[in-house]
Design a protein around this ligand. Structure first.
Ligand code: SF4
Length: 207
């Protein structure tokens, strides 16, 4: 069968919990991703606010959405609240997309995975369920993938992506930022994607 799926899906709530449990940073609040939330809704974030007393706002993708999201977080902090608020109401329903959730539930199951800069986070990734394993590239090409598995999270020499991703440093504190590492010649993954912190800082920090 000439069809395979290399499933790399990650789940946001377990990663948020891992950041909080690692205790490296004082987190005042989270802006939650609007695109993810169109599918999962609001509920999966609620345990974070309840257990860790951290305010959260689901925000959208326009600059004004993010500004509004920051304002809503500050308002919660001022009022001593820790709730999940939804700024992105034009796209995110509290219950999310039920049909998509059912399909995800049918096809995928949670698994423990390592994240760049983090240890293995329990039940933070998705893999294909047994019924769909005939399509699972990780099973079909196990030997080939094992060879590159060890390198998958290795950071290039001098790259501090792990620290950037955990919020320990700003990208600008990396000695390679804007020198050896640029979007045209990225040293690490955070400079590659338009969602990468180093790429964003490169693009929007003042010269
Ligand atoms: S991607 Fe580049 S700027 Fe970012 S941490 Fe790695 S080397 Fe430094």
């Amino acid at each position: 069968m000439n069809f395979s799926v290399l499933c790399c899906h990650r789940l946001i709530p377990p990663a948020l919990q891992a950041i909080l449990q690692m205790g490296e940073l004082k987190i005042d609040g989270f802006i939650e991703p609007g695109h993810v939330s169109t599918i999962i809704g609001i509920k999966p974030y609620e345990f974070i606010s309840k257990e860790y007393k951290v305010p959260q706002v689901v925000a959208g993708f326009e600059p004004l959405d993010l500004l509004m999201g920051v304002w809503m977080l500050v308002r919660q902090i001022q009022q001593g609240k820790a709730e999940v608020e939804n700024e992105y109401v034009r796209a995110v329903k509290p219950q999310g997309n039920k049909m998509a959730q059912q399909v995800l539930q049918q096809v995928f199951e949670p698994m423990d995975v390592k994240w760049r800069g983090f240890p293995i986070i329990p039940r933070s990734g998705l893999r294909l369920r047994k019924n769909y394993e005939a399509y699972d590239a990780r099973k079909k090409y196990e030997d080939e993938l094992q060879k590159i598995a060890k390198e998958e999270y290795a950071e290039p020499i001098g790259c501090l992506c792990g620290d950037v991703l955990r919020g320990l440093i700003s990208s600008t504190q990396c000695p390679l930022f804007k020198r050896e590492c640029t979007p045209e010649n990225p040293v690490g993954p955070c400079m590659v994607s338009s969602e990468g912190n180093c790429y964003i800082q490169y693009r929007y920090t003042k010269k």
